[in-house]
Write a protein that binds this ligand. Sequence first.
Ligand SMILES: Nc1nc2c(ncn2[C@@H]2O[C@H](COP(=O)(O)OP(=O)(O)OP(=O)(O)O)[C@@H](O)[C@H]2O)c(=O)[nH]1
Ligand SMILES: [Mg+2]
Length: 215
Amino acid sequence: MAQNTPSFTHEALERGRKLFAGPCDFLRGVVDIAGLPSDERIEIAFAGRSNVGKSSLLNALTNRNALARTSNTPGRTRELNFFTLGDEMHLVDLPGYGYARVSRKQVHHWTGLIKDYLRGRACLRRVCVLIDARHGLKKNDLDILDMLDIAAVPYQIILTKADKVKTKEMSQTLASTEAALAKRPAAHPLVHVTSSEKKIGFENLRADLAQILIQ
Ligand SMILES: Nc1nc2c(ncn2[C@@H]2O[C@H](COP(=O)(O)OP(=O)(O)OP(=O)(O)O)[C@@H](O)[C@H]2O)c(=O)[nH]1
Ligand SMILES: [Mg+2]
């Protein structure tokens, strides 16, 4: 399996490990913008198409088995789920955009809620946009990236389910994803390659996200 190999210092890796090994608890599920928690904490949100592996990634990142609920059926996460991490951070597991086995009206509501949250949240410091490594960037992913670029909300791509992809294909997807980001103003240049199933890529991802606290 191809992996990008950014060099995080021992100190950065250790900071990441400590942060994500610390207390992490479900705070609340939000169904409308009025229900958002106060914005005193730094937020990192996890966005992506239905079934891409957002909730699984959150569990792997925090070394918990069932912090966030996962499912084979697209459309599992139905609220903006806020988790507290340590004393200063929220992690936010979002419902998926795009296809889900729920009504069109429901998808429309979620998409509106996700967009309102992503565009309008002052404490949101990074949006991790998850992309299935088998599929690469699709039209509705690009729409979200466009919106984040316009709103100047920093985002970073995380390729998921790398265990399902052969090394050569992974290298190609990684290269084409990096190329697609090159001219996007709000994109973080580093693309992470992960497998929640095989627990691959998380040391680097933890180190990278923990740096947000000291930036
Ligand atoms: N092989 C493999 N399967 C994965 C991986 N990550 C998630 N999955 C599977 O993909 C399916 C969807 O995972 P979820 O984490 O629920 O996906 P989600 O993006 O939160 O989905 P919604 O909440 O419906 O938007 C589940 O069956 C997971 O077991 C991975 O790294 N590798
Ligand atoms: Mg989910």
